[in-house]
Design a protein around this ligand. Structure first.
Ligand code: SAH
Length: 231
């Protein structure tokens, strides 16, 4: 990653050269928008364009850096296309960190972290964002909860509360948060007992219908952003 700033030169990799100069047909002097996740968005000009690489030079800042609120999304990976969807939507909706977790009833044993991270980059580009949430490696939920920080609230989306009155309220507390969405099989009784006993956890219902995990992730982020986030 190259920090962006006035006059900063940015080397273009082989893959990027193929896309910028081959697919997009950009040539010398043409403009591209760049962001590095820290210094906002910059307009850069093509200074060298070749088949195997090139150079861009930053001109001026077109957007300041805009970071999302301190919200993590924890979710149990499901089928590939739906997991991709969750990462894409979480990026658009303003997650600060995306953490795939393996729960008792999670079917996926493995994820391709690099591929999911690339989806997050693409989603940020698509929606004109300046921030890309890091996608963590898959970790066991128990492990994640073992080290859970005292000061981070956990919005536990519990399908057992379907139709109950447990909605997320602004009084639940400001500051650091995470949302937890279970797999298609839901949470095990042991997980539910552990989560319910955590002082940081706030069990929440997502309405009178059981949602699929990918829908639940988007719905939960909507509710959180509205009540406590930057909407
Ligand atoms: N198989 C389970 C449903 C799992 S839905 C069952 O039939 O009970 C997948 C995940 O989405 C759940 O673990 C939960 O985190 C979330 N979810 C879906 N609908 C919900 C609701 N109405 N309230 C709270 N969480 C919900």
């Amino acid at each position: 990653m190259h920090p962006l700033g006035p006059g900063q030169t940015v080397p273009v990799s082989r893959d990027q050269a193929h896309y910028l100069f081959g697919v997009m047909r950009l040539g010398l002097g043409d403009a591209v928008l760049l962001f590095d996740g820290v210094h906002g968005e910059w307009r850069a000009e093509v200074a060298e364009a070749g088949k195997r690489g090139g150079v861009l030079i930053c001109q001026d800042q077109t957007k300041p850096q805009q970071n999302p609120p301190d919200l993590w999304l924890l979710f149990a990976p499901i089928k590939k296309a739906r997991t991709d969807f969750i990462v894409e939507k979480a990026t658009e909706m303003g997650a600060a960190r995306i953490c795939p977790v393996q729960t008792d009833f999670t079917n996926a044993e493995r994820i391709r972290q690099d591929r999911l991270q690339a989806h997050a980059v693409e989603a940020a580009e698509q929606c004109g964002g300046t921030f890309v949430p890091p996608v963590a490696e898959l970790e066991k939920l128990d492990r994640v909860l073992d080290g859970w920080p005292d000061d981070r609230h956990l919005m536990f989306c519990d399908e057992a509360l379907v139709g109950a009155q447990e909605v997320l309220r602004a009084e639940a507390g400001s500051g650091k948060w995470a949302i937890l969405i279970g797999p298609e099989g839901g949470f095990s009784p042991a997980e539910r007992a552990r989560l319910t006993a955590m002082p940081q956890a706030v069990a929440v219902s997502l309405g009178p219908r059981i949602l699929r995990a990918d829908t639940a992730a988007v719905a939960a982020m909507t509710i959180w952003q509205q009540a406590l986030g930057d909407w």
